[in-house]
Design a protein around this ligand. Structure first.
Ligand code: A3P
Length: 282
């Protein structure tokens, strides 16, 4: 077990105290990110990994299509902090609106996002389902490291020794800014409950003038089943792993009672008494 932990630690590099996957992020890219010029009409999607970013990316792309009749192309890997350092130069050429998905904490975002007042949508999902989704992702996708067992992953997740660091640090950091101007947050669980209402809120926040009929169409195309059915076409071989189960409460299949209590305790320590803590549903 010890050697597995050591091997895993070699898969991360730490930047400003947070572990990032060595295969996806580099310090050169982080350095270049400081010079990134955001635009006021950039669409920023912030989430901890596995909270539904590909779902929202799809919804926004469809809203852009409904608005402009232009298919949104992802000319770069959609996660802002991933890729080669020259990507930000190339991104200067992209037409507006650009979608910038990110797993960064609020205080790690490039300053131009705030200076130029880009709107930021923050997506949260309850930490238990997020952890389970993250575990399966690691173990299913061939090109990324797998963890020996769920128990092993759970330990690392609770310590924040996973890609993009601690869920709880991410939540504490963003929680302070959820009521800021130009920031809106939505919950994975609320979208699951009422997708059409969620899409309508997203459209209004970003100022899309979509009709009710367009929202209905997008909603039908954005269900888990619809997205999973097309996942190989849209996301290649990794598609079926990205659209794995799409449910609320899958954590019950993996968490032991001790793990459940440990996470409840951590949740209380980090988020009790906050509006985010009150809203995250299991
Ligand atoms: P599960 O592993 O629990 O199935 P991300 O895109 O941030 O990596 O998040 C992936 C998670 O979002 C996966 O969770 C995936 O199934 C879920 N997801 C993706 N599209 C979805 C949709 N249309 N409806 C519900 N869940 C969706």
């Amino acid at each position: 077990e010890k050697s597995k932990e050591t091997a895993l630690s070699r898969l991360f590099f730490t930047h400003q105290g947070i572990p990032y996957p060595i295969t996806m992020c580099t310090s050169e890219t982080f350095q270049a990110l400081d010079t990134f010029e955001a635009r006021s009409d950039d669409i920023v999607l912030a989430s901890y990994p596995k909270c539904g970013s590909n779902w929202i990316l799809h919804i926004i792309s469809e809203l852009i299509f409904a608005e402009s009749n232009k298919k949104y192309e992802y000319p770069e890997f959609p996660i802002l902090e991933c890729g080669d350092p020259e990507k930000y130069q190339r991104m200067k050429q992209f037409p507006s609106p650009r979608i910038l998905a990110t797993h960064l904490h609020y205080d790690k975002l490039p300053g131009s996002i705030f200076k130029n007042k880009a709107k930021i949508l923050v997506i949260f999902r309850n930490p238990k389902d997020t952890a389970v989704s993250f575990f399966h992702f690691h173990n299913n996708v061939p090109d990324i490291p797998s963890y020996g067992s769920w128990d092993e992953f759970f330990r690392q997740f609770m310590k924040g020794q996973v890609s993009w660091g601690s869920y709880f640090d991410f939540a504490i950091n963003w929680n302070k800014h959820l009521d800021d101007e130009n920031v809106k947050f939505i919950l994975y669980e609320d979208l699951k409950k009422n997708l059409t209402a969620g899409i309508k809120q997203i459209a209004e926040f970003f100022g899309f003038s979509s009709t009710g009929e367009q929202i209905q169409t997008i909603s039908a195309q954005s269900t888990f089943q619809a997205m999973r059915a097309k996942s190989q076409e849209t996301h290649g071989a990794v598609g079926p792993f990205l659209f794995r189960k799409g449910e609320v409460g899958d954590w019950k299949n993996l968490f032991s009672e001790t793990q459940n209590q440990e996470m409840d305790e951590k949740f209380k320590q980090c988020l009790a008494g906050t509006s985010l803590g009150a809203k995250l549903k299991y």
